[in-house]
Design a protein around this ligand. Structure first.
Ligand code: MSP
Length: 511
């Protein structure tokens, strides 16, 4: 079973910011989960290199656009390495194979009689690379996202007949699974109900782009070119890959995970382009929310941008992953607050999960000769076992519906409950009487087993912490595809040796 997931292709006007890290971490976690459940995952990410914005950025730096793109694209690749991103396709839209796919695709759309020459007049945001409504027609009108003055454009462009696909797009977006979450779907339904307008797919004033075959001075509009990056990502690594082969290699995508600002392109323009070219539409478009900082929009001009490199070196990737994936509901906006960040990491990871592991493994080592105790009385007390089973069920349900925060929260609840179980049973009092040894061994086994399941469930979300927990419990999971089976209760082998203690997570300090 194959599963194709994509991040947006990031503009190379600058190095990755926390917003791009956020989207990529979500995709990484989903990709890891799908792999663990046995899917053959194609995880696509990459960079969007053409267009006016990049052309100007390179010009301002005094370098050639290709030089600039090579530099930033390497920084993106290095960042994904630093954050342990497990993508297997990194696409660059300035590559030759991508150019070839764009041209082949364009020819198909042309054959469907969906291209014509027209005049494009309107207000343009270079930051968004998109025409915007400017109801008051004022030359100082600003883009609500970039807060930059819009530019007036009036030029001859090629147009794509989007209006022709009105009813097909209406049908598509009616399907609740196609656009998620629900609120985002409603926005798009509303937009489409006003009537789709044809959109321009070429430019005459942008040299940094893919040239339109047979038409002098026209390059493709950056969005027409960029969306096709998802297709060229899975095409064969050759200069002239065939579009049909890309289709055979896994198209369509199972999920495009994107920010809410680029939903129209993915849920309306893109499916229409694909239908025109005789290709399948993606199965799902998921629009996540925006990150703010201490309640304020993050922006260079506001001077409050969080540098992901600093977060990474100061707190480590596991802490940032946990905060972004557990504390923010996918689809809603999320706020990054320093104090809350430190509190959550200390409470959830250090005090609840780390402490549970330390106290149980040290009791076990002390009372049972550095080993996992016997579980022979297992049937007598199965409250924790039942709780763990329910946790696993809920976890799968949440992950399958992309409710990553809820999946993370059920893991945390299992850890909290396991700590409570321990406090209630008080094995440290029971052990004082020798006749209680079987009972204590059962309690400790249950707690260790529950902790093992906590560690396993963490694997797609916090891969490093998860493997540290395994190590601390003396576990080695080498068998491929065994993750789901290992989640069954009772897999911890009694008498197995527990290694020497080694703290798995450190507490963070306030700044
Ligand atoms: N190049 C286009 C995407 C083309 S996909 C074929 C683009 N690039 S982008 O770099 O500007 O944005 C990439 C993603 O980052 C978008 O999904 C955008 O929503 C997301 N984010 C940018 N700022 C963000 C936050 N502050 N918070 C969360 N994500 C945000 O658009």
């Amino acid at each position: 079973m194959s599963f194709v997931i994509t991040t947006p292709l990031y503009y190379v006007n600058d190095k990755p910011h926390l917003g791009s890290i956020y989207t990529t971490l979500i995709c990484d976690s989903i990709a890891r989960y799908k792999r663990l459940t046995g899917a053959d995952v194609i995880f696509i990410t990459g960079v969007d290199e053409h267009g006016l914005k990049i052309q100007r950025t390179a010009k301002n730096k005094g370098v050639e656009p290709q030089f600039h793109c090579d530099e930033i694209s390497d920084i993106f690749k290095q960042n994904w390495k630093n954050w342990d991103i497990t993508h297997n396709k990194f696409v660059r839209t300035s590559s030759q194979k991508h150019e070839y796919i764009v041209k082949e695709f364009y020819n198909r759309v042309k054959k469907s009689d969906d291209i014509y020459m027209g005049v494009q007049k309107g207000w343009y945001c270079v930051g968004c690379e998109e025409f915007k409504d400017n109801p008051d027609n004022s030359p100082t009108h600003k883009c609500p996202i970039h807060q930059k003055t819009l530019e007036w454009k009036n030029e001859e462009n090629l147009f794509f007949k989007l209006s022709k696909y009105q009813s097909q797009i209406e049908e598509l977006i009616k399907e609740p699974a196609f656009i998620q979450p629900k609120e985002r779907r409603n926005e798009i339904i509303n937009f489409v109900s006003k009537g789709l307008k044809d959109f321009s797919i070429s430019r005459t004033n942008v040299s940094w782009g893919i040239s339109v075959p047979d038409i002098d001075n026209h390059t493709f509009y950056v969005w027409f070119d960029a969306l096709l990056g998802y297709v060229s990502a899975i095409s064969l690594d050759m200069k002239e890959p065939s579009l049909d082969e890309s289709i055979d290699n896994g198209w369509p995508a199972d999920i495009h995970l994107i920010g809410k600002d680029i939903l129209r392109f993915h849920a309306v323009y893109w499916p229409a382009m694909l239908i025109s070219a005789g290709m399948k539409v993606p199965k799902k478009v998921y629009g996540h929310g925006f990150l703010t900082r201490e309640g304020q929009k993050m922006g260079k001009s506001l001077g409050n941008v969080l540098d992901p490199d600093i977060l990474l070196s100061k707190y480590g990737k596991e802490a940032v992953r946990w905060y972004l994936l557990k504390d923010i509901t996918l689809g809603q906006d999320g706020d990054f607050q320093n104090k809350r960040f430190v509190d959550i990491i200390n409470n959830d990871l250090a005090n609840t999960i780390g402490n549970l592991l330390n106290r149980t493994s040290s009791m076990s080592r002390k009372w049972f000769d550095n080993r996992v105790p016997s579980n022979e009385m297992l049937s007598k007390d199965n409250s924790l076992e039942l709780y763990a089973k329910k946790t696993v069920e809920n976890y799968f349900r949440h992950f399958n519906s992309y409710e990553l925060d809820l999946a993370a929260n059920v893991i945390l609840s299992l850890a909290i409950n396991t700590n409570l179980y321990l406090n209630e049973k008080q094995p440290w009092t029971l052990i004082k009487d020798e006749k209680n040894i079987p009972l204590v061994s059962n309690i400790i086994y249950n707690v260790l087993e529950s902790t093992r399941i906590v560690g396993l469930l963490l694997l797609p979300i916090l891969p490093n912490l998860s493997s540290k927990i395994d190590q601390q419990l003396g576990l080695l999971y080498n068998e491929k595809g065994s993750w789901k089976k290992q989640l069954d209760w009772g897999k911890l082998i009694h008498e197995s040796i527990l290694p020497a203690p080694n703290p798995v997570i450190e507490k963070l300090e306030y700044e």
